[in-house]
Write a protein that binds this ligand. Structure first.
Ligand code: GUN
Length: 292
């Protein structure tokens, strides 16, 4: 193995401890305890698990959490009405609407209803728009891409001037990750389902962020020697030695890539824990903005 392992679990733990200490400082100074509202619509098992993990992180860090669960057939008016109530609630500093929403709902309109100062997911069109423009600062940056950049910086990877390749152009990860890399002065190529000759493009990458949701898609011989590989994928792979019958693997073939890369994130224990850590950091920031 040539690659240095980027330990997302340890880095996320450090971020969480820093947030916890800042929360205690705020409370000791007589400020209200930060609060995060979660909105879950419907009964997707994965979404319910993520929301539970976010609420548990709040409890550990001394952040209040306010859980809201609407039925799968909730109307657009009900969801937007709940968001407006949360906008008006001074105990709520951050609002997280778990995505994806059921398909009959207009996601953009729901995200647009969130008060900009409470948009701790950074998905409000104005926050994303600011991220896309030179010299403009979003109030919040989406948690998973923020975590990817944070990992690169913690590992000491040079982003300025690097050739970066992002696999995937989703609103939640790929596109904001590309925008963040541009803001950090990388030269960025975004690959997606219509891209021709992905391996050739990946071979140019000093930094690779893989977020396409295809298990072990990236092979070792696509990796430029010494590159930094950030694997956002979380995919199931059959494994009869495990009690549940599968194990989790990323979008990169880890065993192959670790022999070529300079740095690599494992799955699990890489990007995954960073998403919640950055959400906690964003929630603290929201509380600091609202209660200066
Ligand atoms: N669904 C998948 N990732 C995310 C995320 O970071 N935030 C929200 N709200 N929903 C998601």
């Amino acid at each position: 193995m040539t690659a240095k392992l980027i330990d997302g679990k340890a880095i996320a733990q450090k971020v969480r401890e820093e947030v916890k200490a800042e929360v205690e400082k705020m409370v000791a100074a007589g400020k209200p305890r930060p609060g995060l509202a979660t909105v879950l619509v419907g009964d997707r098992v994965d979404s319910a698990t993520y929301v539970r993990m976010k609420q548990k992180a709040c409890a550990e860090l001394g952040i209040e959490s306010f859980g809201h669960h609407l039925p799968a057939d909730a109307s657009q008016e009900e969801v937007e009405g709940l968001v407006r109530e949360l906008n008006a609630d001074p105990r709520v500093n951050g609002i997280l609407v778990q995505l994806p929403l059921p398909s009959h709902l207009d996601e953009e309109k729901v995200l647009q209803a969130i008060d900009l100062e409470k948009d701790v997911d950074g998905f409000h069109p104005i926050n994303i728009g600011r991220l896309a423009q030179k010299g403009r600062e979003p109030l919040f940056v989406p948690c998973t891409p923020y975590g990817c950049i944070y990992l690169l910086k913690e590992a000491g990877v040079q982003i300025d001037g690097a050739n970066a390749v992002v696999l995937g152009r989703s609103n939640i990860v790929g596109m904001p990750a590309a925008l963040l890399l541009i803001a950090e002065n990388a030269t960025v190529t975004v690959c997606h389902s219509h891209t021709r000759n992905i391996p050739e493009i990946v071979r140019q990458a000093d930094i690779l962020i893989a977020a396409i949701g295809k298990r072990e898609f990236v092979r070792g011989d696509w990796i430029k020697p010494g590159a930094a590989v950030i694997d956002v994928g979380i995919n199931q792979k059959e494994d009869p030695t495990k009690k549940r019958g599968y194990r989790l693997v990323g979008d990169v073939n880890f065993d192959e890539a670790k022999e070529v890369a300079g740095w690599i994130t494992p799955v699990p224990g890489g990007v995954g824990p960073m998403t919640i850590a950055m959400l906690m950091k964003n929630t603290l920031r929201a509380a600091q903005i609202q209660n200066p």
